[in-house]
Design a protein around this ligand. Structure first.
Ligand code: IFM
Length: 457
């Protein structure tokens, strides 16, 4: 490889998720999800918005696929909304919901775009949450027939499957900090949720493989370096804990090491687990979670600098504080730190040995909109992608089995509790008119996709 050229079979793509773009929340029999309920609860979302309409992708998917084609997009990672397919979480399958994804997949294939389907990107059917959601084992059990229904219908055309997106967010933001749906603040439930999310991943893997011979299946984790803010023993220990909470709690069991002992000890000491530790684990669970995947999806956004510091209980934060040096920040308040992508990929490669990795998300929020000429000159996003792609390229040169990269996101969309103000898209969306305008970053990535290399200018 020279001059930031990527391997010939490298997979380039863009990513989205169902609740963030689809809209049509009450259409064609879709059931209520925890995000419908959470977003409509006053005070939960910064601008009081919800995903009822979002980018109206449900009705505009053909236009969006054409847009991708015009941008030379070779692969598209999207997610399937469980409540569209099984509105009550378990039981009756809603064919109209499946029809939508079937139409989408046909349109992608027709456009020469390879579909990567994520089976869970946070929109749990509310009916299951009413029974305790992911903190109950029965939710993992309900995931399996849902996956069967989806793979039955799409498995003849979709060969790349991701079971879960970012189970750390689904469990810890949803049940520990309560800033994501379902808005629960209960660390014991969050730990149980993390186990059941991973368990459902393990149970889904053989189902996908049985129903879709030749399928490639894996899970996506959000990962990033956790560095101590100083040389003090306390900061080092806080960084160990933060790393255990964010990275190792998910990586270790997926790669057959079980849950990290230091974290189990911490959780027991904090009163979040009983003295016996992870007593919710049943025989066979860890083996299921460790089912060898074809790839690991890595979502990388930033690193965290961890300082040991007592945070008042009412602040509802994790017991560490992430403070970055004065650098470049995105509008999410996330530090721009491209070397962290290389570090993360190398760490996973060297310590866990995945068969393959895909960067399944990487991107940044800047609100740059159209100028007087209608051009969206998002130079900072172009620089962000260029530097992160160079970091990814370096990881490949250093031996990491990185097989693909998906930019987050195809278009501006609903950024969860941050509403519509945060814009991650390479395509600008005017939410009043639903007009899509490719940004300069889209033109940049279109060149990357066409050249299989990072342009230096
Ligand atoms: O928008 C989210 C996405 O849903 C999951 N990964 C992080 C993105 C940016 O916050």
């Amino acid at each position: 490889m020279t001059d930031h050229a990527f391997p010939n079979d490298f997979v380039w793509g863009v990513a989205t998720s169902s609740y963030q773009i689809e809209g049509a929340a009450q259409t064609d029999g879709r059931g209520e999800s925890i995000w419908d309920r959470f977003a409509k609860t006053p005070g939960k979302v910064i601008d009081g918005s919800n995903g009822d309409v979002a980018c109206d992708h449900y009705h505009r998917f053909a236009e969006d696929v054409a847009l991708m084609k015009s941008l030379n997009v070779p692969a598209y990672r999207f997610s399937i909304a469980w409540p569209r397919v099984v509105p009550e979480g378990r039981g009756a399958v809603n064919q109209k919901g499946l029809d939508f994804y079937s139409r989408l997949v046909d349109a992608l294939l027709e456009a020469g775009i390879r579909p990567f389907a994520t089976l869970y990107h946070w929109d749990l059917p509310q009916a299951l949450e009413d029974e305790g959601g992911w903190s109950r084992r029965s939710t993992a059990e309900a995931f399996v027939p849902y996956v069967e229904a989806v793979v039955d219908r799409l498995g003849d055309r979709v060969s790349d499957w991701i079971t879960h997106n970012e189970p750390w967010c689904a469990s810890m933001l949803g049940y520990e900090r309560g800033i994501h749906a379902p808005g629960v603040v209960d660390k014991a439930r969050a730990i149980a949720a993390s186990h059941h999310l991973l368990l459902s991943h393990g149970w889904a893997m053989p189902v996908i493989r049985a129903k879709c011979p030749g399928a490639r299946a894996g899970i996506t984790l959000n990962l990033g370096p956790m560095l101590p803010a100083s040389d003090s023993a306390a900061d080092h220990d806080a960084a160990r804990h933060a790393d255990g909470h964010f990275n190792r709690w998910f990586l270790d069991p997926v790669f057959g090491r079980g849950y990290p002992e230091d974290m189990v000890r911490d959780y027991v000491a904090g009163g979040f687990l009983p003295a016996g530790g992870m007593t919710m684990i049943e025989p066979g669970d860890l083996e299921a979670i460790a089912t060898r995947a074809d790839f690991l999806g890595v979502n990388y956004y930033n690193r965290s600098i961890i300082r040991s510091e007592a945070i008042p209980e009412e602040a509802n934060e994790t017991p560490v504080r992430a403070l970055g040096p004065e650098r470049d920040w995105t509008e999410m308040g996330w530090e721009v730190y491209p070397p962290g992508l290389h570090q993360t990929l190398m760490r996973v490669h060297l310590h866990y040995g995945p068969r393959k990795m895909y960067v399944t998300e990487n991107g940044c929020s800047y609100s740059t909109g159209p100028n007087a000429e209608g051009r969206v000159a998002d130079a900072r996003r172009v620089a962000f992608f260029r530097e992160h792609l160079r970091a990814a390229h370096r990881a490949i040169s250093d031996g990491a089995p990185l097989a693909g990269y998906f930019a987050w996101s195809l278009m501006d969309n609903y950024e969860w509790e941050r509403g519509y103000g945060q814009r991650f898209g390479i395509v600008h969306v005017d939410y009043d008119s639903q007009v899509r305008t490719p940004k300069d970053s889209a033109a940049f990535l279109a060149r990357v996709f066409a050249q299989n290399a990072v342009p230096s200018d």
